[in-house]
Design a protein around this ligand. Structure first.
Ligand SMILES: C[S@@+](CC[C@H](N)C(=O)[O-])C[C@H]1O[C@@H](n2cnc3c(N)ncnc32)[C@H](O)[C@@H]1O
Length: 197
């Protein structure tokens, strides 16, 4: 195992497929003050820009070639912008599975108005996270109707070609302040315009 592979495995650097980001942004609006706290190679910000969003801060604990590396969202103090004229914050993210609940808690702690979080659907099933789901019921959940395969960042196209698709189901979990807790569950299609959002 080389160093990059070791780090990618350790910090769970798996890349969100662009179609899944495109599909969620077709149905969910964001404020124009967006934070991706674990940006990896920046797919969330790039697709958000394609959707017309301009003010996106992308950080990560490691430098995967995009945004500001070396910022630990969970441990470093995060400066909240106290400018009252600023648009409320949206946190758009795909955090590591093992720390995803902590990322949501931190997003709430810094005052996010809206949180849009990509995760394995198994996150929602998890018995050991029962208390978290009780405390933070999402407003909406969108299950990816096509398998949203997230490849580890160090894999080459040749390696990916040999592997085939994953059988793991993924979903977007959305929290939005001021909305009654749902959750409403919908499906996101890979085919443009065929989402039941
Ligand atoms: C599942 S990957 C997602 C990457 C990218 N956002 C995407 O959607 O393709 C998780 C990312 O979280 C980063 N990460 C892990 N722990 C972190 C922390 N404490 N603070 C900030 N980023 C972290 C990893 O370096 C990795 O880039």
């Amino acid at each position: 195992m080389n160093d990059i592979e070791g780090l990618a495995r350790e910090v769970e650097c798996y890349i969100t497929p662009e179609w899944a980001v495109d599909a969620i942004l077709d149905v969910e609006l964001m404020t124009d003050n967006i934070l991706d706290p674990c940006c990896g190679t920046g797919v969330l910000a790039r697709v958000a820009m394609d959707h017309g969003y301009r003010f996106i801060l992308s950080i990560d604990k490691y430098d995967w070639g995009y945004g500001d590396g070396n910022m630990d969202f969970l441990d470093d103090p995060y400066e909240v912008d106290e400018d009252k004229n600023r648009t409320p914050l949206t946190v758009l993210m795909n955090p590591p599975f093992s720390k995803a609940t902590q990322f949501v808690e931190k997003a709430f702690a810094i005052g996010a108005r809206k949180i849009i979080c990509f995760q394995r659907f198994a996150w929602w099933e998890s018995e050991k996270r029962t208390e978290f789901w009780r405390q933070y019921p999402p407003n909406r959940i969108y299950v990816c109707a096509a398998r949203a395969t997230c490849w580890r960042v160090d894999l080459t196209p040749e390696q990916i070609n040999k592997m085939g698709n994953t059988t793991t189901a993924h979903a977007w979990f959305v929290w939005e302040k001021g909305h009654p807790p749902g959750p409403l569950v919908s499906r996101l299609s890979k085919k443009k315009g065929q989402t039941d959002g």
